[in-house]
Write a new protein. Structure first.
Length: 237
């Protein structure tokens, strides 16, 4: 059974958010109640990425947490035999991921995705992870992903994005807050979690994402999902 997230329920001294054991215990509940569209993005990511893979191909899931995207890809491979490597730097996350997911072709590796050497791959998933990388290190990481992809390779990247002040997006943050309240979080929980994330989760605009991907060399960039201030992009080499 999924444990309910009440980490920020009681008034507390706020420290920077970390993917530790307490977060791992409530993670599936936390992420679903916080990210609009998560239950669509993950299975459809699996479909899109599995579709892009052929027998023998390698696919990375960077910042895999408990392996939700890793599993979604594996489940859509049918008879294709591919290798899927989920990478995360949280030992607590990977300990649980390994218990939850025992699937042929799937392996989990602990490491910092900024430092990790990536093998030639046909596809890379990076769902809600780049936003936790310090902004000045993002371009280098995206370039490294581009370099590891084979010609025609695909990067699928999902992120929270900064709403544009114009174009009718100015109220997305407030609707997102209402989304969390509607999912049972209190005002205090929302504001304490926001403070904990303030220095560790920094968002970019959709335009900044597109520019970074283009500068890394990706030729075709498609927005395939958008819900309020959450988006997912496909970038093809
Ligand atoms: C999902 N993709 O379920 N190196 C490796 N991992 C990192 C790093 C880093 N430098 N920084 C953060 N992480 C998943 C959800 S969660 C998103 C991804 C969220 C890891 C961190 O340990 C965590 O597991 C993950 O990135 C981000 O679709 O919780 O909002």
């Amino acid at each position: 059974m999924k444990e309910r997230d009440s980490l920020f329920r009681d008034p507390q001294q706020i420290v920077d958010f970390a993917f530790d054991q307490r977060v791992v215990d409530v993670f599936p509940d936390m992420i679903r109640r916080s990210i609009p569209g998560y239950d669509t993005i993950i299975p459809v990511s699996g479909l899109i990425l599995a579709n892009h893979l052929q027998d023998g191909d390698l696919c990375y899931d960077l910042g895999c947490s408990l392996g939700a995207t890793t599993l979604a890809i594996a489940q859509r491979l049918d008879a294709k035999r591919c290798r899927i490597i989920g990478v995360d730097n949280s030992e607590a996350m990977l300990n649980k991921a390994r218990k939850l997911l025992d699937h042929p072709g799937v392996e989990f590796q602990q490491g910092d995705i900024r430092a990790k050497q990536l093998l030639p791959a046909q596809a890379v998933a990076m769902n809600f992870t780049l936003q936790f990388i310090p902004p000045d290190e993002r371009a280098a990481l995206v370039k490294k992903i581009y370099a590891c992809l084979k010609p025609g390779g695909l990067l699928l990247i999902s992120e929270k994005i900064q709403s544009a002040a114009d174009g009718g997006e100015s109220n997305f943050e407030s609707i997102h807050k209402q989304y969390k309240l509607a999912n049972g979080y209190s005002d205090l929980e929302v504001s304490q979690k926001r403070s904990a994330l303030e220095k560790v989760m920094i968002t970019d605009s959709l335009e900044a994402h597109r520019q970074r991907l283009q500068q890394a060399g990706f030729t075709t960039i498609q927005l395939w999902f958008r819900c309020l201030n959450w988006a997912s992009l496909l970038a093809f080499k």
